[in-house]
Design a protein around this ligand. Sequence first.
Ligand code: ZN
Length: 290
Amino acid sequence: MRPEKEDSALTRLANLAGRAVLLTADGGIDVEKGSDGLFAADPQALYDRWDEFRMWAAAPEPGVTGYFEVHEGQLLAPAPSPRQVFGIGLNYSDHAAETDQQLSERVAIFTKFPTCITGGFTEVLLPEGNVDWEVELVVVMGRRAHKLAEWEAWSHVAGVTVGQDLSERILQQAAGMQYCLAKSYPGFGPMGPWLVTPDELTAPDDLALSCSVNGEVVQASRTSKMVFGVPRLVEELSRVVPLLPGDVIFTGTPAGVGVARRPPRFLQPGDVVESRIEGIGSIRNRMIAG
Ligand code: ZN
């Protein structure tokens, strides 16, 4: 379930150089200055008071700094320092098939450590190994969620954004399955360009998503093809772990990753990875030599 359309105004939250900025049709508004200090500048802190923030953001004041122009290339992650970051494995059947893996009846969950989070326009230092792309819808929680039912899930989500679950495939397969390390190098969790509230999307469970490398489209699918949709993911995770405001869920990637290509293809210094989701926007990260 999600909030009724008429209950909320358009809300796009961005992170401009570490300061929360509300994006409106008239321009950006600095949240701390526009709210006279009611809300802190730190974008991550807003999720702890998300309901209050949404009320303010429904009729925001520009404050002393007024409206200003925001260039998307300057934007950092909309949830830059979450307490918990989850990833979902094998959540599109075509991706399971291309990597010769069986779909499970249960959700496959791993963690990405929060220090991997970066903005949508940063350079990512390539570590040694085989670094691969995975475009994903990223969910940011707006309320504490413990033992939640599926129908309550969307109302506990602050918003969604575009993400890359960058993965180093050699370490990922080492010593059993080292997913949490292989997907947690610094810069391996780009997200952006901004947070879009679920009510702003006509069909939040059915969004086109794609990834291109140096302009060549390598992944293209729809989030409606997820094996387990966002409500089910929230339900399964929160059955065990209390999800905290500002926590982040990378919801899984469709087919087209580099490791499944014949021959396999991995990211090289200079490669530009562009990730796009319908109704949200796109991010571009350049890979550089580590
Ligand atoms: Zn992934």
